[in-house]
Write a protein of this length. Structure first.
Lengths: 112, 112
């Protein structure tokens, strides 16, 4: 089945560590996105990529990094510089930037 | 980026009742999207709207693109227990790189 796969579902990080969240899609979509969701709030854009080997900062990029070496993959690294990383992270993709986005099932990151 | 003003924040209704929620903004949007999110999962696209005044249905759901292009409405008729979840509106502005701006969500609870 085609879709967006995020892994792991739950992730724990020690303070001072970097962690990488995986996002893979087999929909042949050009555009991919990372959002952060805090309890009771909407989604905020971290980074987005409209095409392979290119990505742009979203509204809350500080403390995060991404890469887009392959069309189907858009991993997000939460660095130690992100002081409040506990959140639900959602990856999305769309055929192109102007088309509706479809979401994965998210990764919940917690700090030990 | 600014969030859309979505209301109400939460609703607790009896099964069988109709539901109405809306999103407003001071900015003009060229696309409105409505998503539903179940606990621990990613949002699922319900309806996409592309023209001012457009009225689109998806089963018991009906959404409208406001004529001023600054608002959108979602109605659910004859609610059932599986309608429970968080409903998000999202809009795209043509001068914002086609990025989505999300509302804060409406949490719907249905009493059987």
């Amino acid at each position: 089945d085609g879709g967006i796969t995020q892994s792991p579902k739950y992730l724990f990080r020690k303070e001072g560590q970097n962690v990488t969240l995986s996002c893979e899609q087999n929909l042949n979509h050009d555009a991919m996105y990372w959002y952060r969701q805090d309890p009771g709030q909407g989604l905020r854009l971290i980074y987005y990529s409209q095409i392979v080997n290119d990505f742009q900062k979203g509204d809350i990029a500080e403390g995060y990094s991404v890469s887009r070496e392959k069309k189907e993959s858009f991993p997000l690294t939460v660095t130690s510089a992100q002081k409040n990383p506990t959140a639900f992270y959602l990856c999305a993709s769309s055929i192109e930037a102007a088309q509706p986005q479809h979401f994965g099932d998210g990764t919940r990151l917690s700090i030990l | 980026g600014q969030q859309l003003n979505q209301s109400p924040q939460s609703m607790f209704i009896q099964e069988g009742e109709d539901v109405s929620m809306n999103c407003t903004s001071s900015s003009i949007f060229n696309t409105w999207l409505w998503y539903k999110q179940d606990p621990g999962e990613g949002p699922v696209l319900l309806i996409a709207l592309y023209k001012a005044g457009e009225l689109t249905s998806n089963g018991r759901l009906t959404a409208q693109f406001g004529i001023t292009r600054k608002d959108s409405f979602l109605n659910i008729s004859a609610s059932i227990p599986s309608d429970v979840g968080i409903y998000f509106c999202a809009g795209k502005r043509s001068n914002a790189g086609n990025m989505l701006t999300f509302g804060g969500g409406t949490r719907l609870m249905v009493k059987p």
